[in-house]
Design a protein. Sequence first.
Length: 162
Amino acid sequence: MTEIPLQPGQLLARGVARHLRRHDFASLEEFVPERGLRTDVYAIGPKGEIWVVECKSSRADYLSDHKWQGYRAYCDRFFWAVDAAFPVELLPEETGLIIADSYDAEIVRMGPEQKLAAARRRKMTLKFARDTARRLQGYRDPGVSAFSDPSSPSSGPASRQP
């Protein structure tokens, strides 16, 4: 099986996830908090705090992102992760900043805290756990799609051939 090379933003996400792990955060890449939104890194900390990190590999990548403000409703802190050559003056001052590469990262500016409502936190934490478990099952059982919708009629036992 041929591995697909990681894209620049995915390499940044890997470095961010490694760094957050050292701060006792569990992270999931390409997490969908709701239909139409997909975060690059969604991380839950040891006290239940939720951070979103958007990884931008170039000026054009950043300028083409029109959904990032929608992610703020799904986290306590929002960050950008960019490499050392990125023009950071483009990034809004009221957001966090992480300088990253494919192996590690450093939090340069902490994103301001905007606490989630308890009901939204519970919903997102549960979705994070369930999505993570589905992905793990997909890795362990290649016959199961990690991204399939279990409530879909085509996903049930009756739809499978013996």
